[in-house]
Design a protein around this ligand. Structure first.
Ligand SMILES: *Cc1c(COP(=O)(O)O)cnc(C)c1O
Length: 369
């Protein structure tokens, strides 16, 4: 029988071994790793909200008002009022009839897609879709069809030969490449073939759109996306996942989604921080932070704050990350299976919490790699 030690040795030999490093984060954008202070270019806290006094105050107040735990599943006695307030706010912002929230984005997808799709149906996924979307599609028992990244011709071909309920699944901002999906064209195709569209806005919410709601908002397409999904744990500086859709779909998910039904609702303080963050997105401060983030992304000629530097070989990517560490920057090396084999890379993420000086220092260090 395979022993864990053998698998670990194998991973090590292929440059694919991973481990957890304890980190302290006293002050954005600084992280402390083994006593060393580094500028953090690896978090998804795009707006720098995770230590914002307004979010901390909202979470603290909720701890006092509701306690530390929801104590049961939403369907038993865990459906605290604050979750309903959060869901109403999300539905309004998403121009949808209703919304449902979860402990995180991963379990949102893992719960919703299998509730929606089953054997005899067809899930059509972008090749670079996030692990939770792929795993959810597999779990559903539906037939899986993959199209090459953003390849509309292939997507259309797959749509012409799909069976049962058909769901297109893609992301607005791809998490490891920082590029966008051709959303307007995908919406046209889904209409033409009568398919449903599931859009994961995990890296777009807070970053794109007039009020920071993501790519669908930016393109005025929110009411044409059947399922708008995202996380409250990245640019919103909190934690949680959401799905916005029609009232009937949401009612069906309340009845069928196993990660909602059989799991203790997340702590109410998490919902409070999310509500505060959503309000902040639309405040002058939120608009200012989003603007600064856009200026920073523009300075890297990138449409989003995710900037990949493709290196190729696993060990070279690790060495590049190590070299940046020595210069005072935390930039992770991303390897298979997070990304396709042979495309190991540095993944730089920008934040409104950075200063122009942080960015210039990083650019100098990158030039020396
Ligand atoms: C991070 C991420 C998720 C999962 O969200 P969490 O709240 O972190 O669990 C889902 N989809 C994409 C594209 C992501 O990048």
């Amino acid at each position: 029988m395979r022993k864990p030690e053998d698998e670990l040795t194998d991973l090590e030999q292929r440059g694919l071994l991973r481990g957890l490093r304890p980190i302290r984060n006293p002050d954005l954008p600084i992280v402390e790793l083994q006593g060393r202070k580094l500028i953090n270019f690896s978090s998804n806290d795009y707006l720098g909200l995770s230590q914002h006094p307004i979010l901390i105050e909202a979470a603290t107040k909720a701890l006092r008002d509701y306690g530390t735990s929801s104590t049961a599943s939403r369907l038993i006695c865990g459906s605290l009022e604050i979750f309903h307030q959060l869901e109403e706010k999300i539905a309004t912002l998403k121009k949808a009839e209703a919304a449902l929230t979860f402990a995180n984005g991963f379990v949102t997808a893992m719960g919703v897609i299998p509730a929606l799709m089953s054997k005899g149906d067809t899930v059509i996924l972008d090749k670079l879709a996030h692990a939770c979307l792929i795993d959810a599609a597999k779990l559903s028992g539906a037939t899986l069809r993959i199209f090459p990244h953003n390849d509309l011709n292939k997507l259309e071909k797959l749509l012409t030969s799909s069976n049962g309920r058909t769901l297109i699944v893609t992301e607005s901002v791809f998490s490891m490449d920082g590029d966008l999906c051709p959303l307007s064209e995908i919406v046209k195709l889904k209409e033409k073939y009568g398919a449903l569209l599931f859009l994961d806005e995990a890296h777009a919410i807070g970053v794109l759109g007039q009020t920071g709601q993501g790519l669908a908002e930016k393109l005025g397409l929110q009411d044409q996306i059947d399922f708008q999904m995202g996380t409250l744990g990245k640019s919103l500086g909190s934690a949680g996942g959401y799905l916005a859709s029609s009232r009937s779909w949401i009612d069906l998910f309340i009845n069928k989604t196993r990660s909602l039904i059989y799991s203790t609702a997340p702590p109410p303080s998490q919902a409070a921080a999310s509500l505060a963050a959503l309000d902040l997105l639309n405040s002058p401060e939120g608009i200012e932070r989003r603007g600064r983030l856009k200026t920073y992304s523009d300075s890297f000629a990138s449409p989003t704050p995710i900037i990949p530097k493709i290196i190729g070989e696993n060990r070279s990517a690790l060495a590049a990350s190590d070299s940046l560490l020595k210069s005072g920057f935390l930039v992770p090396a991303i390897r298979y299976p997070t990304i396709p084999r042979g495309t190991a890379r540095l993944r730089i993420t920008l934040s409104a919490a950075h200063t122009t000086e942080n960015l210039n220092d990083l650019k100098e260090a990158l030039a020396l790699l």
